[in-house]
Design a protein around this ligand. Structure first.
Ligand code: SAM
Length: 463
């Protein structure tokens, strides 16, 4: 178990960005071990309903984030190394074992841990979780078909490796609630009972006599002339008006489409991003609204995005600044209001930013960002105890026609407080311009500011 001994990681206020509304979505920069230890000291340990992680798979590859800067499919691209995934067997186990242990430590007595990997690591994860939680805590090995069997896979001398494995273990009181899905029924197989209800029949299978008696009361038993028992499944219509049978989802997931079939706006360009629908299924099966979901290998923030859509709280983390910058931008685009924090020693890399601030009136300023020239996102608000309270933000919008972040904004600003301007770049660099109230330009005047230099009041000019 994670030992509480040693120095706890403190969440640094410096560089933090506060959500103006609530604390339902936290994004933390840092290694899983540091973040998990921090959460333990934050008294989160023992309260988490679902930990989902999609760690590196030991694929021996480098993963590059790709973002379209603006315009259509042939528009300009920027590429940045997001993370490296090269390991020996030994070093991979050394990395994963303590991190899984630290994550398990966060679970509530009903909590479950879901670990998504592929053929390269699934055997390690089973062994590690058997060791950490005990083999009796194994719940499922889910197979997700993530790609069609095409190209090199199909032509190889093996069966195509077109699937990921999601290994699920739970604490003592854990129970999953698998959802149902609609399966279309061939018109010819539809029967209508004497009350005019459409249904299909299936053999009684392993239903006990007691269950058959219960189903009989519900009008769901059909007996043939020879006395054979069949179960009636009543049908419902799907959105397109086809008759369907509701089926409980099993551990073979072939109905969650790969990310490339998702809407363009969902694709962040982060390598190895998973579809939101996959995470929605995981979260729905293992949590209730308001529960806490944690993913500390969170990449582009899919888990937090799905948790928000389903009314769950989330804490996500990653040690890659590229991942953090993209997750932050994505969550803000989708209407979440994440707070951004960093473990000690894990602050995001800094870069220069330059902006012109014009004092429009006593309590109103216009801000024009000059550098970075094509930010992934930037935000403005008062700096309080070194943390920026976001009051306005803009992000580049991906999609069929990527739209660049806005370049200028006019906002209300209390002249007694320090004004903060923070810009995020695709490579994970962050720059913060800090403008103390004494440095704000006089009414009707402008001044240039930089994150690296002191304000240059001589460059102020009349507007
Ligand atoms: C497979 S990706 C996760 C993708 C994510 N599920 C998504 O939908 O975007 C794995 C992530 O783990 C992060 N990572 C690797 N080692 C880490 C560590 N020790 N601590 C924190 N994050 C780590 C990488 O930076 C990468 O973003």
């Amino acid at each position: 178990m994670l030992s509480p001994a040693g120095s706890p990681a403190k969440l640094l206020e410096l560089g933090a960005e506060k959500s103006p509304e609530d604390e339902t979505c936290r994004v933390i920069v840092g290694d899983v071990l540091e973040v998990a230890r921090t959460l333990t000291y934050d008294e989160i340990a023992g309260t988490v309903s679902c930990v989902y992680v999609d760690p590196p798979y030991a694929s021996q590859a480098d993963y590059v984030h790709e973002a379209r800067l603006d315009g259509g499919a042939d528009g300009r691209l920027t590429r940045t190394l997001a993370y490296e995934d090269s390991w020996s067997h030994e070093s991979y186990l050394d990395m994963l074992a303590p991190r899984l242990e630290a994550l398990v430590h966060l679970l509530s007595p009903r909590g479950t841990i879901w670990v998504q990997v592929d053929w390269r690591a699934s055997h390690f994860v089973r062994l590690l979780l058997d060791e950490i939680l005990g083999p009796q805590r194994f719940l499922n090995e889910i197979v997700w078909k993530r790609a069609p069997n095409l190209g090199r896979q199909a032509a190889s001398s093996q069966f195509g490796r077109t699937l990921d494995t999601i290994i699920v273990y739970g604490k003592k009181e854990a129970k999953l609630s698998p959802p149902t899905r609609l399966e279309r029924i061939d018109e010819k197989a539809i029967r209508w009972d004497d009350q005019g209800r459409p249904n299909t029949l299936a053999p009684r299978g392993d239903y006990t006599d007691l269950s058959v008696a219960r189903l009989e009361k519900e009008g769901r038993i059909h007996r043939t002339a020879t006395g054979k028992v069949y179960i009636k499944y009543f049908l419902v219509k799907d959105d397109e008006g086809h008759w369907c049978r509701e089926r409980r989802v099993d551990a073979l997931w072939t109905d969650v489409a790969p990310l490339r079939h998702a809407k363009l706006g969902e694709r962040t360009g982060y390598p190895t991003q998973k579809p939101r629908a996959l995470l929605e299924r995981v979260i729905q099966a293992s949590t209730q609204p308001g529960d806490l979901v944690v993913d500390l290998f969170s990449g582009s923030g899919t888990t937090a995005d799905a948790a928000r859509a389903l009314g769950r709280r989330s804490i996500v983390g990653d040690r890659s600044p590229v991942a953090i910058a993209n997750a932050r931008a994505r969550l803000l685009r989708s209407g979440a209001s994440p707070s951004i924090e960093a473990c000690e020693g894990c602050a995001l890399p800094e870069n220069d930013a330059q902006a012109t601030v014009t004092r429009v009136s006593e309590r109103r300023v216009r801000i024009e960002l000059h550098a970075p020239s094509e930010p992934l996102a930037w935000t403005v608000g008062p700096l309080e105890e070194s943390a920026l309270r976001r009051v306005w933000h803009t992000e580049r919008i991906p999609g069929a026609q990527a739209v660049a972040a806005e370049r200028a904004i006019e906002i209300d600003h209390d002249p007694k407080s320090t004004l903060g301007i923070r810009a995020y770049e695709d490579d994970g660099n962050v720059a913060t311009i800090e403008i103390a109230s004494r440095d704000l330009p006089a009414r009707g005047r402008s001044a240039a500011f930089s994150s690296m230099r002191q304000p240059d009041r001589n460059r102020g000019k009349n507007k």
